[in-house]
Design a binder for this molecule. Structure first.
Ligand code: PHE
Length: 461
């Protein structure tokens, strides 16, 4: 086989102990703050139904095929994104430069982790607030003030950001079976259960009808290039595509596992959690007179109001934020792992040392995001660019990573899967036969995905 050298080198990496381990980790990577924090907030800014419809369409039609592509590329080479794209690029006659695309992905992942950790830090702080009973009797104003007390305080939020990065480093340092798999095994099912509970509560106590209307009534007049762009960006971000995470997880995967079936489960679970998060958040938003378009603090302001009113709310609230922190952690791990996986191939340092070194750098970059909510809140460093006129560093990073860099990387990975990877290799790796499914997949990665995403970026920027 053309890439036998790539396969031999695969032994540097530990493999998942089972198919279930892979699935949980991949779902863990996909499900995170992107679903519970970012989806409601971006959907709120994007006006609701129209955004949700495009988001769902994007995931099923041209983002899921990319997820299949990433896992297949990773598994075929058994290497980190740089190693996988580099070695397959050469083996398949695509030239020497594809490894750089893997490097691009790793850099995006680390940039993404920097602001991700800043927000994840808030979830940790909220666990303590819940346990202290700080949610009791909160109204919209009180909840805003609480959020301001945490995010608005540079020292407090720096410490929580450090704690989150510390936990991420700790788990990555312990490796696949010892750290990651053990962590996700019970975390994902527990998160799912508590979100269901929250939806039930929101349906009972909140304005569920308004929320339902907001999320699912499509006002076609609201669809413009900007809404399409942010929906597609969110679809990429929430599935964890374009940054090498899924490629890396694919590299640790045994050949016997069905990639298509796995992707259906990952994309299905991810979408379900996002929709449920919306159904938990928006009834409270409307009930309490908050605005859906209020921005990154939306979940942190709306849900504590609900926890403050429900019986046993301190406990349920603490549990919710524990699980959200865990969901964030399994995504943070996925963002750090590609870099470590590459270093494992390239250096002889211990995993522990590498995770610590990279993690500290990411933590330092993340301080810029932490300070965007306090001492640098009024600083709009790129105000001369129309798109960033109102954006602080956090806003710039978040928008650049999710809506520009990840889609660009996604287009390139799609082109690689469609044009560099031979038909035979793809057919063999995906292993679902040469039927309509494979043909549809190949059409998507060759034409549909790159062309649509390029058009969305072109119009939306
Ligand atoms: N998908 C994760 C979320 O929704 C974020 C993430 C992006 C994780 C990219 C891994 C890779 O929170």
């Amino acid at each position: 086989m053309a890439n036998s050298s790539a396969r031999q080198r695969a032994s540097v990496h530990e493999h998942w102990s089972s198919k279930g381990g892979f699935l949980l980790a991949a779902v863990g990577s996909a499900v995170g703050l992107g679903n519970v924090w970012r989806f409601p907030y971006i959907a709120g800014v994007g006006g609701g139904g129209a955004f949700v419809m495009i988001y769902l369409l994007a995931i099923t039609v041209f983002i899921a095929p990319l997820l299949i592509a990433e896992i297949s590329i990773g598994r075929r080479a058994g290497l980190s994104p740089i190693g996988a794209l580099g070695s397959l690029g050469k083996a398949e006659g695509g030239g020497r430069h594809w490894g750089k695309l893997g490097g691009f992905g790793i850099i995006i992942a680390l940039l993404g982790l920097s602001f991700y950790s800043a927000v994840a830090g808030w979830t940790l702080a909220y666990i303590i607030e819940a346990l202290k009973g700080a949610f009791a009797g909160l109204d919209a104003a009180g909840s805003n003030a609480l959020q301001e007390r945490i995010a608005g305080d540079p020292l407090t939020s720096t410490i929580w950001h450090a704690l989150f990065m510390g936990l991420t480093i700790l788990i990555v340092a312990r490796g696949i079976r010892g750290g990651l798999e053990k962590a996700v095994n019970w975390m994902m099912p527990a998160l799912f259960a508590i979100i269901l509970l929250l939806v039930a509560y929101a349906a009972w106590a909140g304005d569920f009808a308004a929320a339902w209307h907001f999320m699912f009534a499509v006002d076609f007049g609201k669809i413009d290039a900007r809404v399409i762009h942010s929906a597609v960006g969110q679809a990429f971000f929430t599935l964890g595509i374009g940054v090498g995470s899924m490629m890396t997880y694919g590299a640790y995967l045994d050949k016997s596992v069905s990639i298509v079936r796995s992707v259906a489960i990952i994309a299905g679970a991810d979408t379900l959690v996002a929709i449920l998060a919306g159904l938990a958040v928006f009834p409270i938003v409307f009930q309490s007179g908050l605005t859906p378009a209020s921005g990154p603090a939306l979940v942190f302001v709306s849900l504590p109001i609900a926890f403050g009113q429900m019986p046993g709310g301190a406990f349920v609230g603490a549990l919710f934020f524990i699980l959200l922190a865990i969901a964030a952690l399994t995504s943070g791990i996925a963002l750090l792992e590609p870099a470590i996986s590459w270093l494992e191939e390239r250096t002889r340092h211990s995993r522990r040392r590498m995770a610590l070194a990279v993690g500290v750098v990411v933590w330092l970059i993340g301080l810029a995001s932490v300070f965007s909510f306090n001492i640098w809140a009024g600083w709009h460093p790129l105000s001369f660019i129309a798109m960033f006129a109102e954006a602080n560093i956090f806003g710039i990073l978040e928008h650049t990573v999710a809506d520009i860099l990840i889609p660009v990387s996604g287009i390139l990975i799609s082109l690689f899967a469609g044009w560099v990877l031979s038909r035979e290799s793809a057919l063999d790796e995906i292993g679902a036969g040469d039927g309509w499914l494979f043909k549809g997949w190949r059409f998507a990665v060759r034409y549909l995905t790159p062309a649509t995403v390029a058009w969305v970026l072109w119009r939306g920027l």
